[in-house]
Write a protein that binds this ligand. Sequence first.
Ligand code: ADP
Ligand code: ASP
Ligand code: MG
Length: 436
Amino acid sequence: MIVLKFGGTSVGSAQRMHEVAQLVSFSEPKIVVLSAMSGTTNSLVEIANYLYKKNNEGALDQILNLEKKYFDTVNELYKTDEFKAKGKELIQSHFNYIKSFTQDMFTIYEEKAILAQGELISTALFHFLLQEQGIKSALIPALNFMRIDKDNEPDLFYIRENLQREVKEQEQQSVYITQGFICRNSYGEIDNLKRGGSDYTASLVGAGINADEIQIWTDIDGMHNNDPRYVENTHPLSHLSFDEAAELAYFGAKILHPSSILPAKLANIPVRLKNTMQPEAEGTLISSITGTEGIKAIAAKDDITAVKIKSGRMLLAYGFMRKVFEIFEMYKTPIDMITTSEVAVSLTIDETQNLSKIVEELQKYGSVEIDENLSIICVVGNFIAESKGYALKIFDALQDIPIRMISYGGSKHNVSVLVNTSDKKAALQALNEKLF
Ligand code: ADP
Ligand code: ASP
Ligand code: MG
């Protein structure tokens, strides 16, 4: 069994869906994970925001806009009147559901149910398309097997048991279709794996079904050595290790959801990144093979906040770090970078919901400073020999960029620096010129 995930752009129009149908028409059984058509989840977020602010007119405007796009897609997608009618009926029922919130009560719980409509629609439309083309296929609803626990972590045992049951319950198919992104939480409510989460679905599904390979099909020919949105002349990498790919994903390479490599790594299932627009391109293979030494790629993660705790008296006392970490643990806030000196400790976080409470607690131990609008620039590779001067090369490239923090030696795969987000683009470009 292999798993193929197609992102928003890859299913973003009737023509693209036809191309995907072509790509999955080989005979080996497979699970196809689909995102919502591009732009849909953003529109649904806006609709939910309007509803939340009780601007029902604004919401209805957006809903009608989106509904029209889908009716147009359906007209183009199917050849026969039978499937055009089925498609329209499907769109109507999903949009009637969304519209019902402009009449009824809307709470934060319904927001997730609205966001789920994008993937529910794209998978149903694609299932009809395969049926119209006579390709044997079945829908397996993600809401029946994808679940997160009370800490918002995937419940691997539940996913495996229920996914395998869902697949077994269907007769032998060529294509099993399921929704990316959406899941249920520990209360059984509709929830999701956060933005870009379809990649995460694909690797959880791959691990749950013991797939031979997980393929992530997107709009670019693999993982590039730098962020193509900010830097020119980047190039695709033919191979990465799980650890290198995980660092890049976690530190901002948007092509992969931050958590999507771990399930594949734990199950030792290779992940292949492929381009839907250019299927013949080699793409990137991510596997347990470590590969050659050296600097491979650069990524950047935005919306970083630095927290500095200054305390002349307490800092060097043993137990101080534990107290600091416990505060972040208490508020379920992960720490990304950390540096210490004689008189202060600085660390970075990217989740700030509980920042004011964290600061209040930290102030018991010293003065606290907060710095916002920062970016972590992460240089990833295989740095086996410390003697090769990797750090020197990196800092030489960054000589004109003010650096707020440095992290080196945390792993053999990552050197990170913290800069102002306004300097991010210049930093990425300077590193590109000097390192590659
Ligand atoms: P999908 O909708 O298929 O999930 P995404 O937009 O989430 O696609 O991810 C693909 C995009 O990731 C690319 O179009 C590219 O702009 C961006 N990206 C950022 N960093 C990288 C990188 N290092 N290599 C390749 N693509 C990257
Ligand atoms: N549709 C979701 C999003 O836009 C999930 C995904 O595309 O991976 O975030
Ligand atoms: Mg994505």
